[in-house]
Design a protein around this ligand. Sequence first.
Ligand code: TYD
Length: 193
Amino acid sequence: MYIVLEGIDGTGKSTQTKLLQEHLLKEGYQVETVVEPTKSEIGKLIRVQLKNEESTQDTNQQILALLFAADRLTLKDRILEVKGDKTKFILSDRSFYSSIAYQDNPNIDMQWLRKVNDYTPQPDMMILLDLDEDEAIKRCDETEVFETKEFLRRTRQKYLKFLEEENTYKIDASQIVEQVHEDICKLIEENIM
Ligand code: TYD
């Protein structure tokens, strides 16, 4: 199964991905974790761009959108090996949902953005760690171009719209870490085990 954790910066995706991996390993499943941007050369390039204020300018936003899509494709074959298989898991900290939420701006045509992400596998399950922007910004180091309160507010609203799509679920990320973890485990047990 290809399960993705999503949410604005500061919602605890990496902590929860790790806890979920430990839990599923204990239950006897084969589990791998990945993170976007990845550790590939494309991912490294993206991380440099994320510290660069110019990344928010029009053409650079389009370049960044393509880099995110290309970086994502480096994971494709690994994901296809486990997608739909209930004995094996790939847990991903972010996915194409991040692109749709974060790269949505006047310089980017959304149909084009969806198109360049067409070859990326669809998650079996998307779990949104939902948190309001006031709380989220407190948990960010604010060193990346997307880490501003107004940007996070708009991005959160876009994430909430995904909940109309199938295989998407929301968790209240303002709770303590253990409770968020428990809620995630319950969601997975009830919906795909
Ligand atoms: P993030 O998960 O915040 O990494 P870290 O915690 O190490 O800083 O991801 C980096 C940023 O990249 C984050 O602000 C969201 C953004 N992003 C996009 O804009 N589009 C994408 O497709 C992805 C995967 C991430």
